[in-house]
Design a protein around this ligand. Structure first.
Ligand SMILES: [Zn+2]
Length: 60
């Protein structure tokens, strides 16, 4: 799995005009709203892949 994760849309304005930022690894710049942000992969979730459809089970 690659460390590189490329966002498809700016999380702030939703535009797709993104380019790699100058702040180092994982940083991106949005040309539309002039924001810089950083993506960081936090690791796989401890709960794993599970469907949530039994959340809130009711005991009768
Ligand atoms: Zn933006």
């Amino acid at each position: 799995m690659s460390e590189r994760a490329a966002p498809f849309h700016c999380p702030y304005c939703g535009e797709e005009d993104l380019r790699p930022g100058e702040q180092g690894h994982g940083s991106w710049e949005c040309a539309a709203c002039n924001r810089g942000f950083r993506l960081k992969f936090l690791g796989l979730l401890a709960r794993g892949v599970r469907r949530a459809d039994h959340e809130g089970d009711e005991q009768t």
